[in-house]
Design a protein around this ligand. Structure first.
Ligand SMILES: [Fe+2]
Length: 512
C-alpha cells in the first residue's frame, strides 16, 4: 500500500506529485501546427515525488528524478514520462519504501540527501543516494541525467526512456560532497556493476563540442581538490585535470566553453560540511572572497597550465551561463547575474521563511563579464534591466562563439522575480524580443530550448520550445516558437492532458 502524500508545502503547487508513467501518442495541438521540419527529442528532468524518505519528508533534491520527453517527427509529437531507475529508485522499489535517511544535523532543508550524507545500513550500503533530477542532455546517442551530486550520471534510451544504467565511464570521474556509499553488499539494485563508482559525480551543466562530439564538464566538492575537469570522448574515454590550486570551495554549478578555454567561475557562494559542524548551513555566501575566473586551456589539455584571474568585481552571483565570445583579445562571459545566490542561507531561515528558494529570494538580469586576456583586467556590466534566468543558446555553437540567447523573462516581485515571458536576445547589439506567455490561471513558465530548423541551419535559425506547467489545471503544455519572430506568439501549442510538474532543465537531441 502506498504511503499517504505528506502534507508538506514542498509537495504543493508545481511540485504536486505526478505518480504515474504515461505515453501520449500524437499529442493534441490546441493551436497552430507543429513544424514538419522539427525532428528530434526534447528532454526534461525534474524531482518527482514517489514515496516519502525514511524520515517522512522530501527536500526537492531527494525526490526521484523523472525524465519527460517530447519526440517530434513529421508534424507529430509523442510524449513520454518515466522515472529514472537510479540505484536508489530500484532499491526502494524492491523494498516498497524509502531506504535512505539523512544524517543528523545535515541538509534537513530543500536539498535533503539529494546532495548530502545519508545513514548507511546493510540495505543501502554501496548504493548512491542520487536522484539524477537536475539536468538531462544528449551524449553519444543516449540521454544522460545528472544531479550534480549524489552519484554518477545515468544513461537512458532516447525513445523508450528505459534506464540503461550508470554511465560506464563513471569509474574515471572524481567524487562529490557526500560521504562514500561504501561497498555494495549484494542487497542492492543490480544496477551497480563492478566498474561503477557510486561516489562519482558530474556537473549538471556540461557543454559539448559539435565537431568532436566531446562532452566537457567537471566534478566539484567541498574538500581539496575542489574541482576536477573531465573531458569525455564519444567512446567514453575520460581525460581529467585536477585543479590542485583551486582558490576555494565554490558551488560550481555552470561553466563556459570558448574555442580555447574551459572557463570555471569561483564565486563566493561556498559549500562546506565544516559549516554544518559550526551550526551553519552547508551553503554559505561570503562576499569577502574575490570572484576568481579559472581558464583551463583546451589545447594541450590536460597538461597546459591553468590561469586564474582575480576579478575586481563587486559581489554578485551567476547561477547559469548563457555563452561567451572572444574578440580583439577580450573574452566576454554572458549570463544572468544575481544580486546574491537564489538559495536560502541561515539568515533567510532566521527570517522565518522555510520555503525561501530560488526566484522568490533573489533576482537576476542579463549581464556580461569582460576579461582582457592580456592584462587579466575584468569588468562587469548589465545588458538588460528585465529580470531573467534559465538562459539557453543554440547548443551547436558551444565553444565557438554565438549571437543569439534565449531566456525566461519576468517581473520584479518582492525580493525576487516572477517568470512569465520568453526572451530572445541579440547579443551582438543587446536588443531583445519578448513574448508574454499568459494564461488565465497561473502556471510555471519553464526553461526554453532551441532546436535547429535543419542540421546545417545558421546559428539561431529554428524553433524555441517552452514548457509550461499548468499545475492548477492539472495540465501540461509545450509552446513552439519560430525564431523568425517570437513576438508573433507560438506557431504550435501542444497540450499534455495531465500535470507535468517542475523540471529545472533539459535539452534537445536532433535525430537527423
Ligand atoms: Fe542549473
Amino acid at each position: 500500500m502506498g504511503a499517504p502524500i505528506p502534507n508538506d508545502p514542498r509537495l504543493k503547487g508545481v511540485f504536486k506529485p505526478m505518480r504515474f508513467e504515461a505515453t501520449v501518442e500524437d499529442c493534441v495541438v490546441t493551436q497552430g501546427e507543429i513544424p514538419t521540419d522539427l525532428c528530434g527529442g526534447f528532454y526534461r528532468v525534474g524531482p518527482t515525488w514517489k514515496r516519502p524518505t525514511a524520515q517522512g519528508t522530501n527536500g526537492v533534491l531527494s525526490m526521484d528524478g523523472m525524465l519527460q520527453s517530447l519526440v517530434f517527427e513529421n508534424g507529430r509529437a509523442d510524449y513520454r514520462n518515466r522515472w529514472i531507475r537510479t540505484p536508489k529508485y530500484l532499491l526502494e522499489e524492491k523494498h516498497g519504501r524509502g531506504m535512505f535517511e539523512w544524517t543528523d544535523g545535515d541538509f534537513q532543508d530543500w536539498r535533503n540527501f539529494g546532495w548530502g550524507n545519508v545513514k548507511r545500513n546493510e540495505f543501502n550500503q554501496g548504493i548512491p543516494q542520487g536522484t539524477n533530477n537536475v539536468n538531462t542532455f544528449p551524449f553519444a546517442g543516449e540521454i544522460l541525467a545528472s544531479g550534480e551530486q549524489g552519484g554518477p550520471p545515468i544513461a537512458l534510451d532516447p525513445i523508450t526512456l528505459e534506464t540503461r544504467g550508470i554511465v560506464r565511464w563513471s569509474k574515471d570521474l572524481a567524487t562529490g560532497v557526500h560521504d562514500p556509499a561504501g561497498r555494495a553488499n549484494g542487497n542492492g539494485s543490480g544496477v551497480i556493476g563492478a566498474e561503477d563508482n557510486p561516489d562519482a559525480v558530474f556537473t549538471a551543466h556540461p557543454k559539448w563540442d559539435a565537431d568532436t562530439n566531446e562532452l566537457i564538464g567537471y566534478a566539484w566538492r567541498d574538500t581539496i581538490p575542489f574541482v576536477t575537469i573531465h573531458v569525455v570522448s564519444p567512446e567514453g574515454t575520460v581525460t581529467s585535470k585536477v585543479l590542485h590550486d583551486a582558490p576555494y570551495n565554490t558551488v560550481a554549478h555552470d561553466m563556459w566553453l570558448t574555442p580555447d578555454h574551459i572557463v570555471i567561475p569561483f564565486q563566493p557562494f561556498i559549500a562546506s560540511t565544516e559549516r554544518i559542524h559550526e551550526g551553519l548551513g552547508f551553503f554559505g555566501w561570503d562576499p569577502e572572497l574575490p570572484i576568481i575566473i579559472c581558464l583551463i586551456p583546451r589545447k594541450g589539455f590536460p597538461h597546459a597550465p591553468v590561469r586564474y584571474i582575480e576579478a575586481a568585481i563587486e559581489p554578485e552571483y551567476i547561477m547559469h551561463t548563457l555563452s561567451c565570445n572572444v574578440q580583439d583579445g577580450k573574452l566576454t562571459l554572458d549570463a544572468p547575474i544575481f544580486n546574491r545566490p537564489p538559495f536560502p542561507f541561515e539568515f533567510d531561515f532566521n527570517n522565518g521563511d522555510e520555503t525561501a528558494l530560488f526566484f522568490n529570494i533573489a533576482r537576476s538580469t542579463l549581464g556580461r563579464w569582460t576579461i582582457d586576456l592580456e592584462t587579466g583586467h575584468a569588468t562587469s556590466e548589465r545588458i538588460s534591466d528585465r529580470p531573467s534566468e534559465l538562459p539557453k543558446v543554440d547548443e551547436r555553437s558551444y565553444g565557438k562563439g554565438y549571437r543569439w540567447g534565449y531566456l525566461v523573462g519576468g517581473e520584479v516581485k518582492g525580493d525576487g522575480m516572477s517568470m512569465r515571458s520568453l526572451m530572445r536576445m541579440d547579443m551582438h547589439n543587446g536588443s531583445e524580443e519578448v513574448f508574454e506567455i499568459k494564461h488565465a490561471v497561473p502556471g510555471a513558465v519553464l526553461e526554453p530550448t532551441f532546436a535547429p530548423r535543419k542540421p546545417d541551419a545558421p546559428e539561431g535559425d529554428g524553433y524555441i520550445i517552452v514548457p509550461v506547467s499548468r499545475f492548477r489545471e492539472n495540465m501540461g503544455e509545450y509552446q513552439v516558437f519560430d525564431t523568425d519572430d517570437i513576438t508573433a506568439g507560438p506557431v504550435a501549442t501542444i497540450e499534455i492532458p495531465f500535470h507535468t510538474g517542475w523540471t529545472p532543465h533539459g535539452h534537445w537531441m536532433d535525430f537527423r
